[in-house]
Ligand binder design. Structure first.
Ligand code: SAH
Length: 385
């Protein structure tokens, strides 16, 4: 099938963005999802794309060429993406970061011998068999799990499901990262089973943890930051409102023989207020909350929430103490994030030094011309006075 696009649609690809929206499609004769040829109104060939007839994002560019897109094609593209990750020493990493790797709407994460993938568009779903064949070809995995329960599939008219597509995938997989071990939960954990995007930030935080000091990990989930803090700190306090998440955290600590983490079920907002009231101090603090801004509409409230927790965290830092803070809200841009931190720093009365501005780990590459590929912002700060 051939889909024709308007001049504005064609311009999107020229500008380096792979998406063409519904409003920029001129003709879509057969409204069946799949891989289609794309031309301008006059019939000039522009490339091939994944086509999603129900989605606002109608076309996602795969190639500007007219080569056949079969399992060999997917094998080459996925293989190329995996090649860029050979220096990673952790046993879990992202092999394909969708648009960031020229494979729109495809996520492929490697957890030891297992693969957890997400097919996030209707067009891609039609290529499922070829993609699975390619994944088997590139990684020779013991099992492939499709975590196709991401909400974005609804916009594509696709079912939300979690299915094993090949072999067997266990409920938990042990991951080694920077000499630490933790359990990922491919079937039920957040994202594809763990937060792989914070891997490099966790290692950085570990290096900046004050030896023999007191550390605080807010929104700890399964304790992945807490484990890194615990190696240098004397004592770590790990906070989450979910008892189930904390139980997993405790299990991860046991796996490493770590005994200096205290797991506490609490609301981070209330708990921070309480710590401030009691004038407690910490040498190292990690603040890695869930996305407070789920849509454009609630950015303002989200920023107020981020500011509140950051301000209180800054206030309870010991002199010279270090805070790693992050936001994974796509709608909170880096500029908004920086302005929020500046506001919090001013109100805290502390002089906050910026030691590092970070994003997601290098296996989650952002594209400069595709802002949608970036969502995670991080800052490593030190209270100098
Ligand atoms: N830092 C974690 C990821 C955090 S995910 C890691 O690196 O793995 C967000 C976590 O915040 C979830 O575990 C959720 O239970 C917790 N959470 C959400 N709102 C909270 C609140 N108000 N107080 C405490 N924990 C909260």
């Amino acid at each position: 099938m051939t889909v024709k696009v308007t001049a504005r649609g064609a311009e999107r690809w020229k500008q380096g963005h792979p998406w063409i929206y519904r409003s920029d499609v001129a003709e879509e004769p057969d409204k069946q999802p799949g891989i289609v040829s794309v031309t301008d109104r006059k019939g000039k060939f522009l490339g091939q794309a994944l086509y999603s007839p129900k989605s606002e994002i109608r076309l996602r560019l795969l190639t500007r060429g007219d080569e056949p897109i079969d399992s060999t094609w997917w094998t080459k593209r996925i293989g190329d993406a995996a090649e860029h990750r050979t220096a990673i020493t952790a046993t879990a990493w992202r092999a394909v970061h969708a648009e960031g790797d020229g494979l729109p709407s495809l996520i492929v994460d490697k957890y030891g011998p297992y693969i957890v993938a997400q097919l996030l568009s209707a067009g891609l779903e039609t290529a499922r068999d070829d993609v699975i064949t390619a994944i088997r070809e590139v990684f020779g995995p013991a099992g492939i799990l499709l975590r196709n329960d991401a909400g974005v599939r609804r916009h594509e008219g696709l079912a939300e499901e979690v299915v094993a597509a090949w072999g067997e995938v266990p409920q938990t997989v042990e991951v080694t990262e920077d000499g630490l071990r933790y359990l990922a939960a491919p079937w039920s954990g957040q994202k594809t089973g763990a937060f792989l995007d914070q891997r490099e930030n966790r290692m950085m935080v570990g290096q900046h943890t004050r030896s023999g000091g007191r550390a605080l990990d807010l929104f700890t989930y399964h304790g992945s930051f807490a484990l890194h803090l615990a190696r240098n700190a004397k004592a770590v306090l790990a906070i989450d409102q979910s008892a189930e998440a904390l139980a997993r955290g405790a299990e991860n600590a046991r796996l490493n023989g770590i005994t200096n983490i205290e797991w506490r079920e609490a609301n981070a907002f209330d708990f921070l207020r309480e710590l401030e009231r009691r004038r407690e101090q910490f040498d190292t603090i990690v603040l890695d909350p869930p996305a407070f801004a789920k849509s454009k509409a609630n950015i303002e409230r989200a920023v107020a929430g981020y500011k509140e927790v950051n301000l209180r965290a800054m206030k309870i830092l010991a002199p010279g103490g270090v805070l790693f803070t992050s936001s994974c809200s796509y709608h909170v841009s880096r500029d908004i994030f920086n302005a929020m931190l500046a506001d919090a720093a001013r109100d805290s009365g502390r002089r906050m030094q910026l030691l590092a501005a970070t994003g997601a780990a290098g296996d989650h590459p952002e594209l400069l011309n595709v802002p949608e590929t970036g969502y995670l912002k991080g800052a490593l700060l030190r209270a100098s006075v």
